[in-house]
Design a protein around this ligand. Structure first.
Ligand SMILES: Nc1nc2c(c(=O)[nH]1)N[C@H]1C(S)=C(S)[C@@H](COP(=O)(O)OP(=O)(O)OC[C@H]3O[C@@H](n4cnc5c(N)ncnc54)[C@H](O)[C@@H]3O)O[C@H]1N2
Ligand code: MOO
Ligand SMILES: [Mg+2]
Length: 407
């Protein structure tokens, strides 16, 4: 059994990020990974403009107050000033309006008194007050966004401001999903005695999509060698990564490792010191840029998901072109409950992470923590960790918890 951190590192070293680029429309690039540096030919702000509604003035005119100036023009946002401001003059200006030549300071209207064509400044502003200087946020030509970042709402705002309508992004990796097991039926099929719905396919597809890749569900594969061989070979023809669930333990019908060997895969890992999720097959087909990764996840629903969160997700993040933050996020949290483990494997117990004034809290999900129990996994958003070698963490202690969703 390979310790979890060693396995994660080993897996990440096997991954070569995708290089191919495609373009995504600005409105469709949320969650994609930027593939090229972005710059703009414009300074930000594009010109000196006012941050407030008020009057553009020359600072030297308003150092001592009260002082009365002549209002020579009005500059709403979107208008180019017509006059150059002279000594003794002010321009009525609104937020976003272009600062006229000659002005260097904005006086907010609350500090003025207007009488027809004249304005009296009642409070002295500081020099350059409320002027957003051209180029003070960004200077034309410099790098605006780096490749390898995930595009979120803020990045979309920047791309829009830079008028980048066709965004260069990395191609999304395609990830095939095979569900092995004679007992499996699809969701729309009646469940006969001995059978179970193939829930892993749907859960894994959701996780793959969340990781920025394209899930390619290839259905149920019976526990037969020929069918397993054919299914894996077909999957390799249409995906960058293949994930199967089930068939990786020591049972007579667990064929995955045997077929991988027959198909000339290199098996790097067969089991990890993680509970749930001990049987985990990590293999590669081919080499160099043509190398394809294979993850044989355990069939038990919780094991399958924990293996994904702990090991597959980091690999997909790296594969997708993300430059950083491949590993799961762990936070320090105070546990409300005793956490028990066998000591032989790094153990993950599912529960609710919440944030209160003292920091994160972890509350164990009620009910059984069996790797077959997917029922109490729902409504959880974190995995409390009991490190390898430890058998009890007492309530009130600080633990590390993996963040799975919104806290
Ligand atoms: N003698 C031993 N037996 C087992 C060991 C062991 O060390 N010695 N390890 C156990 C552990 S730990 C796990 S985890 C499981 C992993 O088994 P497999 O990966 O071979 O998975 P299966 O045997 O095919 O199925 C296990 C379990 O999961 C259910 N399952 C399978 N696929 C799905 C699916 N797509 N959706 C929902 N549920 C699924 C399946 O019906 C079984 O109940 O092995 C232990 N055994
Ligand atoms: O590793 Mo298994 O996942 O203990 O049930
Ligand atoms: Mg089995």
């Amino acid at each position: 059994m390979v310790p979890a951190n060693d396995a994660e590192k080993f897996i990440l070293d096997l991954v070569t990020p995708v290089e191919a680029l495609e373009t995504a429309a600005l409105g469709d690039c949320l969650g994609r990974v930027l593939g090229q540096p972005i710059s703009s030919q414009l300074d930000f702000p594009h010109w000196d403009n006012s941050a407030m509604d008020g009057y553009a003035v020359r600072y030297d005119d308003v150092k001592t107050v009260p002082t009365t100036l002549t209002v020579v023009e009005e500059i709403p946002a979107g208008q180019v000033p017509k006059c150059e401001l002279q000594t003794g003059e002010a321009a009525r200006i609104f937020t976003g309006g272009m600062v006229p030549t000659g002005a260097d300071t904005i006086v907010i209207q609350e500090n003025t008194q207007r009488q027809g064509p004249q304005v009296t400044v009642l409070t002295a502003p500081s020099a350059q007050a409320f002027i957003r200087k051209q180029g003070s946020f960004y200077q034309a030509g410099a790098e605006l966004l780096k490749p390898g970042i995930k595009i979120g709402a803020a990045e979309i705002a920047v791309l829009a401001a830079a008028q980048c309508v066709s965004v260069p992004v990395y191609r999304r990796p395609r990830v095939a999903i095979l569900s092995t097991g004679d007992e499996l039926v699809d969701v729309n099929h009646p469940v006969a005695p001995g059978q179970i719905v193939d829930s892993n396919r749907y859960a894994l597809a959701a996780l793959i999509a969340q990781a920025g890749a394209v899930p390619v569900p290839l259905g149920i594969v019976p526990d037969q060698k020929a069918a397993t061989r054919q299914a894996i070979a077909d999957a390799l023809n249409q995906a960058d990564v293949v994930i199967s669930s089930g068939g990786v333990s020591v049972g007579d019908y667990d064929y995955v490792d045997q077929i991988l060997t027959e198909l000339r895969a290199t098996i790097h890992i067969r089991s990890v010191a993680v509970k749930p999720g001990k049987p985990l097959t990590v293999a590669t087909f081919g080499s160099g840029k043509n190398q394809q990764l294979y993850f044989g996840l355990p069939g038990n629903p919780v094991s399958s998901l924990v293996s994904f969160w702990r090991f597959v997700q980091p690999a997909l993040r790296k594969l997708s072109g993300l430059e950083t933050r491949w590993s799961p996020t762990f936070v320090s949290a105070k546990t409300d409950d005793d956490l028990k483990a066998g000591g032989q494997r790094e153990t993950y117990l599912w529960g609710q992470l919440s944030l209160d004034t003292d920091g994160y809290r972890f509350t164990l999900a009620k009910g059984g923590h069996s790797s077959g129990n997917l029922i109490n996994l729902s409504r959880t958003n974190g995995l409390g960790r009991v490190p390898l070698g430890e058998t009890l963490i007492q309530a009130g202690s600080t633990i590390k918890a993996m963040v799975l969703g919104d806290v």
